[in-house]
Write a protein that binds this ligand. Structure first.
Ligand SMILES: Nc1nc2c(ncn2[C@@H]2O[C@H](COP(=O)(O)OP(=O)(O)OP(=O)(O)O)[C@@H](O)[C@H]2O)c(=O)[nH]1
Ligand SMILES: [Mg+2]
Length: 324
């Protein structure tokens, strides 16, 4: 055994041996991977950890399929899902409550949140799901939380702009996530890891000296993800938050219209940007993609009811009339 394994790593290995459920095994392996020194001498061990991780993740997935429960799994709703990561007391729960009214626990002391709590944030005619999570600290993540972070479409890195250790809080969260393979896009993810689109949400901008700190942060750290200043107290920045999340999802909203009827403007179909008329048809009804004969469009830069080809790329808020 290489002599330079850290106590953190050895503890994680002990936790692995003691773990009984797949979820515990996964959490321990993730911790082992995060804490193992990264150099040539540990290459084989790291590959072995990755192999075991993927084996246990697969097993956990199958167990879920059979009705097993993962307390950190959050059912997807709405146009997309963002996980909130941040230091204790950063204002994550207050933010989720302010934008969604979700029954999260907001408390003037740290470590108030223990499990994931979803809330729906409205943006115009769609909803975006935010997941409040327990805090990220130097000691790492609550077991199981990494799965939620990885499964989300994007991350909101929440930081208290009024805190004296603002920068340290942000860097800790970024380091802890990076050690577990999650980096903010467009950074290059490590092997087996992922780059997640990330917005740095500064909270408590109503509290002094948040504005000075914000300016300093922007000046000193151009390397950080884009920053948005908010306050759950005064609601400053909350509308922008919804719009920014929508933009990060990189989707378009498209409305379907049956021939001879007005368009259904109530419920847009939400599709990845770059989707075509054919893909929209498939989203409306799985037979439509094959049966589609013609389509007409109402949208910017088109005349009303203009015929379009099936490979026409959709824009946000297009109305499409499908003829099958
Ligand atoms: N003035 C002000 N206070 C805020 C704001 N956001 C949160 N707070 C306060 O900050 C404290 C912590 O807020 P929480 O939302 O519970 O923080 P958290 O990040 O969820 O904390 P943990 O769950 O422990 O990780 C509470 O006392 C909130 O009332 C804000 O925008 N302005
Ligand atoms: Mg909380």
């Amino acid at each position: 055994m290489p002599a330079n394994l850290t106590p953190d790593y050895l503890n994680a290995e002990k936790a692995f041996r003691a773990a009984r459920t797949p979820a515990e095994k996964i959490a321990a392996l993730e911790e082992m991977y995060a804490t193992i020194p990264k150099h040539k001498g540990t290459e084989k061990m790291r590959a072995d950890i990755r192999r075991r991780l993927s084996k246990f993740r697969q097993a956990a997935q199958q167990a879920r399929g059979k009705g097993g429960v993962d307390p950190f799994h959050v059912d997807r709703h709405g146009a997309g899902q963002f996980a909130l990561v941040g230091a204790p007391n950063a204002g994550k729960s207050a933010l989720v409550h302010a934008v969604s009214g979700a029954h999260v626990k907001v408390a003037p002391y740290p470590f108030a949140t223990h499990g994931p709590v979803p809330g729906m944030m409205p943006f115009e005619d769609i909803q975006i799901q935010l997941i409040d999570l327990p805090p990220v600290t130097r000691d790492g993540l609550v077991p199981g939380m990494l799965g939620t972070v990885r499964a989300a479409d994007g991350l909101l890195l929440v930081a208290d702009l009024s805190a004296t250790d603002l920068l340290e809080q942000i860097d800790t969260v970024l380091e802890v996530l990076a050690a577990r393979g999650v980096v903010p896009a467009p950074a290059e993810p490590p092997e087996g890891g992922q780059a997640s689109v990330t917005l740095l949400v500064g909270t408590k901008v109503d509290v002094d000296p948040a504005r000075e700190n914000l300016e300093a942060l922007r000046d000193l750290r151009p390397d950080l993800p884009p920053i948005l200043a908010t306050s759950a107290e005064t609601r400053e920045g909350l509308d922008d938050l919804a719009r920014r999340c929508f933009e990060m999802l990189d989707v378009v909203r498209v409305y379907s219209k049956e021939p001879g009827k007005p368009a259904d403007m109530e419920k847009p179909f939400v599709l990845p940007r770059g989707s075509t008329v054919r893909e929209m048809a498939a989203a409306v009804h799985r037979d439509f993609a094959q049966d589609l004969k013609r389509a007409r469009i109402w949208g910017e830069g088109m005349y009303d009811g203009q015929p379009v080809q099936q490979d026409h790329v959709l824009s946000d808020t297009d109305v499409i009339e499908l003829h099958v």
